[in-house]
Design a binder for this molecule. Structure first.
Ligand code: AP5
Ligand code: MG
Length: 213
């Protein structure tokens, strides 16, 4: 049986940070649709150029684009024992497409909870590596050398969509279009709530316990 996790949560809740730790611990890949889209934007693919218009405003990229890049990634060999999804699904239609693909496999949905003002503040201190995408926080998870990625030596930058007005729109889009998934998964009995604003170690430990259930 596959080990399939969905990390659900508003922008900045820690999906990427927690997901990376979990991926190492459970030995299954972390698949972030945001990262896949950003790679396409960086490489200026046709798909990336289309997606960028939405991402810069903090709007959802159309389902057709996102579903096609996700299913392409899930077809790779490293997903055969399971995977962790970060940032997908983001609406009910995406959830149904995922179900069609994974058929009867069980999923666990982990909801990382945190409030909007906390998240706006946290995201203003986020930096990512422009080369490998590693995630840092200037106060909580700083790099060893300021401005330089510990992992690959790349330059740390602020994400284009981490301007306050765009963050506020991403949060509004989350509440309107993505948060209805909470009810959807709760009714299926597969939703687990965890604090996204606590100590990272505690959060990771709690999710590892959930993975054993
Ligand atoms: P995406 O990249 O998924 O962005 P998001 O959902 O807004 O989430 P973030 O990546 O901002 O936050 P996160 O939860 O990963 O937090 P992180 O771990 O970095 O999507 C970007 C855009 O792509 C969307 O707006 C949309 O346009 C498009 N898109 C993507 N998927 C799509 C889809 N399925 N459908 C349509 N469009 C889609 O943590 C944040 C900060 O906090 C970091 O600095 C981190 O170091 C720090 N931190 C995290 N956890 C802790 C902790 N426990 N303690 C201390 N610090 C912590
Ligand atoms: Mg992320």
């Amino acid at each position: 049986m596959k080990n399939i996790f969905i990390l659900h949560g508003p922008p900045g809740a820690g999906k990427g940070t927690v997901g990376e730790r979990l991926s190492k611990n459970l030995n299954i890949p972390l698949i972030s649709t945001g990262d896949l889209l950003r790679e396409n934007v960086k490489e200026k693919t046709e798909l990336g150029l289309k997606a960028k218009k939405y991402m810069d405003k903090g709007e959802l990229v159309p389902d057709k684009i996102v579903i096609s890049i996700l299913l392409d990634r899930l077809s790779k060999d490293d997903c055969k024992n399971g995977f962790i999804l970060d940032g997908f699904p983001r609406n009910i239609s995406q959830a149904k497409n995922l179900e069609k693909y994974i058929k009867n496999e069980k999923v666990k949905v982990v909801y990382l909870e945190a409030n909007d003002d906390f998240l706006v503040n946290r995201l203003s201190n986020r930096r990512i590596c422009e080369n490998c995408g590693a995630i840092y926080h200037l106060i909580n998870i700083p790099p060893k050398v300021p401005g330089i990625c510990d992992k690959c030596g790349g330059k740390l930058i602020q994400r284009e969509d981490d301007k306050e007005e765009v963050i506020r729109n991403r949060l509004a889009v989350y509440h309107k279009l993505t948060s209805p998934l909470l009810d959807y998964y709760k009714k299926k009995g597969v939703l687990f709530g965890v604090r996204g604003d606590g100590e990272l170690e505690d959060t990771v430990k709690q999710i590892i316990e959930i993975s054993k259930l």
